[in-house]
Design a protein around this ligand. Structure first.
Ligand SMILES: [Zn+2]
Ligand SMILES: [Zn+2]
Length: 285
């Protein structure tokens, strides 16, 4: 630790272990779904997807929908939401996959979930990420009840895609509409989700995080967060709390560790060298 290394050296290493041992700086994705809600990949596939590409940390954040709304109950019925029945298995698998991810890739897997309030009205809908938490939380109740329950477990609360996501999908505007009242409740607000930067968020002084909201492997091409800290859950959560984060676009192709695919190497490495856009750099300075 403490050595000066650049992100581009990620791809100069030959094995996942070397890659981990030689670096402080790493890519992270704090908004990822699995088949425990509406993601297409099983948890081990999620771990391998990121681990093989040299990521230093991910948070698995499957949906946990509120009971009060019809849409929430439908999500539970359709198997698109964690429930008290599936939650223990989710956490057990997260624990064992976190262990494997560390041993195999030196990648930290943080447990979490996305408390999802889905109303017919976009203005009443809100998604709240709880990261670094292991105990079930009901998604019903006030937003401040949810964020305080997350923080009471030692986790961080993140406002997920709070503005127009630039995608054809249900939107969630409640957190943004109430950002003045809620600003102290969140440790970070997503300034990018998938390939899109949210200029509205970038222009503010709110603490920020960039993640993919990955549901399928093709969505790996996305904005990510770059951290420069110890690969340890507490160090990672503290880095986010202290706003020691940078953002970088990740093309998603290639596999850093497969030395037989030199063309993929150059593709990934070239991409890592791409500088952060001026707007985001300014907004996050
Ligand atoms: Zn969401
Ligand atoms: Zn999500």
């Amino acid at each position: 630790m403490g050595r000066s290394l650049t992100v581009s050296s990620l791809c100069l290493n030959r094995t996942p272990t070397q890659l981990a041992d030689n670096l402080n700086m790493f890519l992270a994705d704090f908004h990822v779904h699995s088949t425990f809600s509406d993601g297409r990949l099983h948890l081990p596939q999620v771990v391998d997807l990121y681990g093989r590409r040299g990521f230093g940390a991910i948070a698995v954040t499957d949906h946990l929908c509120e009971n009060a709304s019809l849409i929430g109950r439908a999500s539970v019925y359709l198997g698109c939401s964690l429930t008290p029945a599936t939650f223990p298995l989710y956490m057990e698998m997260l624990r064992s996959e976190a262990q494997r991810a560390w041993e195999q890739y030196r990648m930290v897997v943080l447990p979490g979930f996305e408390l999802s309030k889905n109303s017919v009205s976009n203005r009443r809908s809100a998604h709240v990420l709880g990261i670094g938490i292991c105990d079930f939380i009901w998604a019903d109740g006030e937003i401040s009840d949810l964020t305080r329950a997350i923080r009471a477990q030692g986790g961080i609360a993140v406002a997920a895609h709070p503005v127009w996501t630039r995608k054809f999908e249900k939107q969630t505007y409640f957190l943004w509409d109430n950002r003045l009242a809620l600003s102290d409740e969140f440790d970070a607000w997503e300034v990018a989700s998938g390939p899109y930067i949210f200029e509205e968020v970038a222009k503010t002084n709110l603490p920020k995080l960039a993640s993919s909201d990955l549901h399928a492997p093709g969505q790996l091409r996305s904005w990510k967060t770059v951290l420069d800290c110890e690969r340890h859950p507490e160090a990672i959560l503290d880095a986010i709390r202290n706003k020691n984060v940078r953002f970088q676009f990740y093309e998603g192709e290639g596999d850093c560790h497969d030395t037989r695919r030199s063309t993929d190497h150059s593709m990934v490495s070239r991409h890592f060298l791409d500088p952060l856009g001026d707007m985001v750099r300014a907004a996050t300075a």
